[in-house]
Design a protein around this ligand. Structure first.
Ligand SMILES: NC(=O)c1ccc[n+]([C@@H]2O[C@H](COP(=O)([O-])OP(=O)(O)OC[C@H]3O[C@@H](n4cnc5c(N)ncnc54)[C@H](OP(=O)(O)O)[C@@H]3O)[C@@H](O)[C@H]2O)c1
Length: 231
């Protein structure tokens, strides 16, 4: 797919992987809209990378619909929509699970991407691509340990995305998934994993997503492992 002039909406684009994707789409000549919950940070990033910023909390579907309408009003269409907002929380084996925190993580990682996908489908009248950002933890959770609920939120999303892809297989909207391994971002600020130093640069991971999209037939489930775990 040619990316020049495509209208790309990146939910969770203020920092980390979403910001890396935004910068690469801009380099390709796309018109990029970044969205996140915190007004000050999304606007700061938009100024820095020359993107358009809108504010929405992915836990609220109406806020995402509002963003989609504003993108259509400003740019006329939505070609690519990326659900990249996410939270990572750990719960130690011996603690009681803090249900408020666990529900918040599911609301963002699972329902946020469900709401984003549903919204994009309504507004992609001329076809398009929806990308959901999952995690290698949604392929193999045996190493997730105290991040069991994070892994579960991504497995739940994997089930939803596979079903949505099946449901839309005859439509002109492609539904793709990306499964990155560990990346050096602020996602891990609350609990820095012991292997953090070996995690990938999000820019390198974003480059692989762009390369895939530029193919005539992009891979539907793009797995991007840490090079040290490839063999
Ligand atoms: N880093 C990794 O090792 C890794 C590996 C595999 C998959 N992933 C996935 O990659 C995606 C991006 O993560 P990252 O590593 O780039 O993390 P990050 O640097 O912490 O960025 C997370 C982004 O999500 C946004 N966000 C969080 N809650 C939101 C909400 N309720 N509504 C709207 N936006 C919200 C944040 O914006 P605000 O600050 O405005 O809330 C921020 O833009 C996530 O889905 C994550 O699960 C990450």
């Amino acid at each position: 797919m040619e990316l020049r002039n495509k209208v790309v909406v990146i939910i969770g684009g203020s920092q980390g992987f979403g910001k890396a994707l935004a910068e690469l789409f801009i380099k390709e000549g796309s018109q990029v809209v970044i969205v996140s919950k915190t007004k000050a940070s999304i606007e700061k990033t938009a100024r820095e990378i020359y993107a358009t910023a809108f504010v929405a909390d992915v836990r609220n579907e109406l806020e995402l619909q509002n963003v989609a309408r504003k993108v259509i009003d400003s740019f006329g269409e939505i070609d690519i929509w990326i659900n990249c907002a996410g939270l990572f929380m750990v719960f130690s084996k011996d603690d009681l699970i803090d249900l408020n925190k666990a529900h918040t993580m599911f609301d963002v990682n699972f329902f946020g991407s469900v709401f984003g996908s549903r919204t994009a489908l309504v507004y992609m009248k001329n076809g398009g691509v929806i990308i959901n950002v999952l995690s290698s933890a949604a392929l193999d959770a045996t190493r997730a340990k105290n991040a069991k609920l994070y892994a579960a939120s991504k497995w739940a999303l994997r089930g939803y995305v596979e079903a949505l892809r099946g449901e839309n297989k005859d439509s002109n909207v492609k539904i793709l998934s990306v499964y990155p391994g560990g990346m050096k971002t602020h996602l891990h600020d609350e609990a820095i994993p012991s292997e953090f130093e070996n995690f990938m640069n999000p820019v390198d991971v974003a480059e692989k997503v762009i390369e895939n999209l530029k193919q005539n037939s992009p891979v539907s489930d793009l797995v991007i492992k840490r090079p040290s775990l490839n063999s």
